[in-house]
Design a protein around this ligand. Structure first.
Ligand SMILES: [Mn+2]
Length: 457
């Protein structure tokens, strides 16, 4: 088969997987109504958080402080706290970090993020280089490999993490806490961008809420509130030397940097719901325009063709063409755009005449051998770029798969997920199909089939 066709297949199965949510029947979104009041970042309230060590979980009366066997942190956190946290997280059998420390990290992070602008400003004046990481999706091993190969963040070794820290992988909590701790210990060395998965509605569908509830049974609701607050204060993007823009998704033909700089970003509790100000849902045209600005940079994907069209596959954001990129870069005097948001076979991809770089840092995202992870280095005053590829915990043989085999792996996992999705919604789907087939011919159109699956997905 031609390479071109295989690439298209890879993208197709990739897109299919991206849009099959994990089954999470018992997970309702917290504070799900759009009118819910803003969560507070008040640190003066002394809330009692219980220990959640798994060994004690069976007997609620024994969940006392004296039984806690995990690490201790002190605030404000220092380098030794970061080292302890990494050491504890990397152990095969870890003692669950005490919920009071989790809450502490989240509260401190929210307070810190609150003071940051919508677009982080990174300068390579001192460091001479900067590292950019893409989606991690709860894959702690990948983050640890990056730190091992490239060093811990610091003012001399700055990192931009371009969103989608959680969901899908099993260690979203660890990845998120580790990134926030790095941010608190090295505020000049870590820059976080919000991804479309830093959103509690997405977390309900793609697994992070289930993970938090599993790991912190007794404190989940309070911790999830704090997580939501951190999300709302995450910056929306990063400018490097005012020459490179880094956002999670991309741009549209209406993306305006000045507008984005002036948005009150914390009102986007979830991007999938209208913004809320003082408990009131806002729906003026001005607000809708502003909302679209945020949607487009967090959700869009580049396309080969010219122009800018709605991203119907994702249901949000745009597909933007090389002409849209060119115009945007010229208008804003930028060299190129860095984005993440899509799994790429090599961990990265360069399109639009070298002007749009995709960087994706979750290796083996679907299956062992399905894709490499990568990070991007921008070096020197000209911001010359190169990529470093890696695979976390490679298994024997997996590195030598042919392209066809890799596509096959993606295909198998896409079909597996789709089958389980169909099975779990079987009766609802059958009902829907019969309604679409009044003459009982036993046939529905492909469009109808998709509509039914979307509805019950
Ligand atoms: Mn994404």
């Amino acid at each position: 088969m031609a390479l071109e066709f295989l690439l298209q297949l890879f993208d197709f199965f990739n897109a299919l997987l991206t849009h099959i949510p994990t089954n999470a029947p018992n997970c309702k979104p917290i504070a799900s109504d759009a009118t819910s009041k803003s969560s507070s970042t008040d640190t003066t309230v002394e809330t009692k958080y219980e220990d959640e060590s798994p060994s004690e979980a069976s007997s609620p009366t024994s969940r006392t402080e004296s039984n806690y066997r995990g690490i201790h942190l002190s605030f404000p956190m220092q380098r030794k706290d970061l080292d302890n946290l990494i050491e504890s997280f990397r152990r095969k059998k870890q003692h669950r970090l005490h919920a009071k420390y989790v809450a502490g990290i989240l509260k401190q992070a929210a307070l810190h993020l609150k003071n940051l602008p919508n677009l982080n400003q990174v300068s390579t004046g001192i460091s001479k280089q900067v590292t950019i990481c893409g989606d991690l999706h709860g894959k702690l091993d990948d983050l640890l490999v990056i730190f091992h190969k490239n060093g811990l963040p610091s003012a001399e070794n700055p990192y931009v993490f371009n969103g989608d820290f959680v969901d899908r992988g099993r260690k979203g909590m660890e990845v998120f806490l580790l990134l926030l701790t790095c941010l608190l210990v090295f505020p000049d060395g870590v820059f976080l961008n919000r991804g479309n998965h830093e959103d509690h509605v997405m977390n309900t569908r793609y697994g992070f809420i289930r993970e938090v509830k599993l790991k912190y049974k007794h404190n989940a609701d309070r911790l999830l509130k704090l997580i939501e607050t951190v999300y709302r204060w995450l910056p929306l993007g990063t400018l490097v030397n005012n020459k490179v823009l880094i956002v999670h998704g991309g741009i549209s033909d209406s993306t305006d940097i000045e507008t984005i700089k002036n948005i009150d970003r914390q009102k986007y509790v979830s991007l999938l719901r209208p913004p809320v100000i003082d408990g009131v849902v806002v729906t003026t045209d001005h607000d809708k325009k502003e909302w679209k600005q945020v949607f487009d940079i967090l959700w869009s994907d580049p396309q080969r063709g010219e122009g800018c069209i709605p991203n119907t596959l994702r249901g949000a954001g745009t597909y933007f063409g090389p002409d849209v990129t060119e115009k945007f870069l010229q208008k804003n005097n930028l060299l190129f755009l860095v984005r993440s948001h899509e799994c790429k076979l090599d961990g990265y991809e360069i399109v639009h005449d070298n002007k749009v770089i995709t960087i994706f840092s979750a290796s083996n995202y679907y299956e062992t051998g399905s894709n490499k992870g990568a990070y991007l280095k921008l070096v020197g005053p000209e911001l010359k770029y190169h990529f470093v590829q890696f695979t976390a915990a490679p298994k024997a043989g997996s590195a030598n798969l042919t392209f066809r085999q890799k596509v096959g792996l993606i295909e198998t996992s896409a079909i597996k997920e789709l089958m389980s999705k169909i099975q779990s919604s079987k009766s609802k789907l059958l009902q829907e199909f019969s309604a679409m087939d009044p003459s009982a011919a036993g046939l529905v159109s492909v469009t109808d089939w998709c509509t039914a699956l979307e509805k019950h997905g």
